[in-house]
Design a protein around this ligand. Structure first.
Ligand code: ATP
Ligand code: MG
Ligand code: MG
Ligand code: MG
Length: 490
């Protein structure tokens, strides 16, 4: 079954159970000060759960494009290193707004996974909330009993509040959740272990695929819990992980979701993708992942910039550019060439990208051109710094020499455009750390300097006063707002 079919089957299945299929919300969140990017399927339904919006359909299902690169959910550091955390991913979800509850949600999850997708039953584990006496939260015995109709006792694990209790915030809807995990270890490996150790595997081949949240309570201001008059179900299943287990792979990157991108990168770089942990393999995984994040963000209206959400996107792209430059030998812009492949893949799913593919391509190209202008000199500076300090460390064995000082991290950022997380990443590769406090101090100093200067810094561009000397550094939002030219004071 290919990825397209797997996605369609999910939607068809829930349609057959009376769900209205709705569109994904944009990945960029514009009207919520607490959230920059959509990080879960439920985001667009938040007001329904809070009782602040009318319920149009009591049962809904969709695939939501998500981004987990900031705030509470930030998986950026995992990407490319492990095989199942992405920055951008699709979350398949089904919802009940005051309609069905645990019984149906559990039975349908099981039916879909084992009957429709034919996943082997003995490879599936589930978790339920064990309860928390201190907080007065009961064990989710109901969920346990429903699962027991399908799953052996030893494959139902108890989970704590951190993993198995969901809360929207300090007050508001909350409730226990129940996760489904899949075990991809080989039979031989499984035969070597047994009992509790077999199930409680802390193994990268045992991955969470689906989370079912049961919104049961309403947390009051005084901390107490009231049972919600209308109870809700909110589920989220990682699409790329689902495809991986159905296609019997041990990495999301080996599925047809990522392979077209990875194969193109492998071909053009002339370095094969072996799926091992070589630096070039990590670079290919990172590139294919980051391209998706950046492309969907741009298509949904978030251009790379030096502020807030725009800077998150710029940082992700610069990270990918540097991986390409250092480990795949792409010294010229390359990432933009992947956009048409991605747009084609998603033509019938998220048509927004296809409709804007030329624009997305241009924005990425422009970003690549701009960062590649300073990247190699920055890397040279960085390497020189590392070599000198390694030598000092060899001489003295003093740990302090294995740290990049704040001033230098700032120089890399200010002069060469290295986002601080890129500097941290490169430092880590060399066994170095970064003095973040020192960096923050330098940053603050600069802010004070520019506040004192005559230019007025506004959100998106700098208003240059008459007589200021400026250097043109490129267009921001070009084509959309062709008038916003960007200048930097010199
Ligand atoms: P994990 O423990 O693996 O980080 P999670 O518990 O943070 O996952 P949830 O918030 O429960 O994830 O999201 C629902 C589902 O979305 C997960 O069961 C998983 O399949 C998928 N998912 C979560 N984060 C990612 C990610 N970064 N990349 C791909 N899929 C993800
Ligand atoms: Mg997580
Ligand atoms: Mg989890
Ligand atoms: Mg989870």
């Amino acid at each position: 079954m290919n990825a397209q079919e797997i996605r369609q089957q999910f939607l068809d299945f829930f349609k057959s159970k009376g769900h209205q299929i709705v569109s994904s919300a944009p990945i960029v969140v514009k009207n919520d000060p607490t959230l920059m990017f959509t990080n879960a399927g439920m985001n667009q339904f938040k007001d329904l759960f809070l009782g602040e919006a009318p319920i149009k359909y009591p049962r809904v299902a969709d695939t939501q494009r998500c981004l987990r690169v900031s705030g509470k959910h930030n998986d950026l550091e995992e990407v490319g290193i492990d095989t199942y955390h992405h920055t951008m991913f699709e979350m398949l979800g089904n919802w009940s707004f005051g309609d069905y509850f645990k019984k149906e949600a559990i039975a349908w999850s099981w039916e879909l996974l084992t009957d429709v997708y034919k996943l082997p039953k003995d490879r599936l584990y589930v978790t339920i909330f064990e309860g928390d006496d201190k907080e007065g939260l009961p064990k989710d015995q109901e969920a346990y009993d429903f699962w027991r109709q399908f799953v052996d006792e030893d494959k139902i694990l108890l989970g704590n509040k951190k993993d198995n209790f969901w809360e929207m915030g300090e007050t508001g809807p909350c409730g226990p959740c129940s996760e489904i995990h899949f075990d991809s270890r080989t039979n031989e490996d499984r035969a070597k272990i047994s009992g509790a150790t077999l199930v409680n595997a802390d193994d990268p081949l045992v991955i969470e695929i689906w989370n079912n949240v049961f919104m049961q309570f309403n947390r009051q201001k005084d901390g107490s819990l009231k049972t919600l008059p209308a109870q809700h179900v909110d589920t989220g299943m990682g699409f790329e992980r689902l495809v991986r287990v159905i296609q019997n792979k041990t990495s999301n990157y080996d599925t047809d979701v990522f392979q077209p991108l990875i194969q193109f990168i492998a071909d053009k770089s002339g370095i094969g993708y072996l799926g091992l942990d070589a630096k070039s393999d990590v670079a290919m995984r990172v590139t294919s992942d980051h391209l998706r994040a950046v492309s969907f963000a741009i298509a949904d209206g978030q251009l790379p910039s030096n502020n807030k959400a725009g800077y998150v996107i710029r940082r992700i792209l610069r990270r990918a550019i540097r991986y390409n430059y250092s480990f795949l030998n792409f010294k010229e812009p390359f990432i933009y060439k992947l956009v048409p492949i991605l747009a084609n893949q998603f033509k019938d799913v998220f048509s927004e990208l296809y409709a804007q593919k030329d624009f997305v391509e241009k924005v990425i190209l422009e970003e690549e051109v701009s960062f590649l202008r300073t990247l190699s000199s920055g890397i040279n500076r960085f390497e020189k710094y590392i070599a000198e300090h390694q030598a000092k460390y060899q001489e003295t064995k003093e740990e302090k020499h294995l740290q990049i000082i704040g001033e230098f991290a700032f120089e890399l950022s200010d002069t060469f455009g290295f986002p601080i997380d890129l500097t941290e990443l490169m430092a880590r590769e060399q066994g170095f750390s970064v003095d973040m406090e020192g960096f923050e101090i330098e940053l603050q100093k600069q802010k004070n300097r520019s506040r004192a200067a005559t230019a007025i810094d506004t959100e998106d561009w700098i208003i240059v006063n008459e007589g200021d000397e400026v250097e043109f550094v490129g267009y921001d939002d070009w084509e959309i707002h062709s008038k916003i030219l960007k200048y930097r004071k010199v």
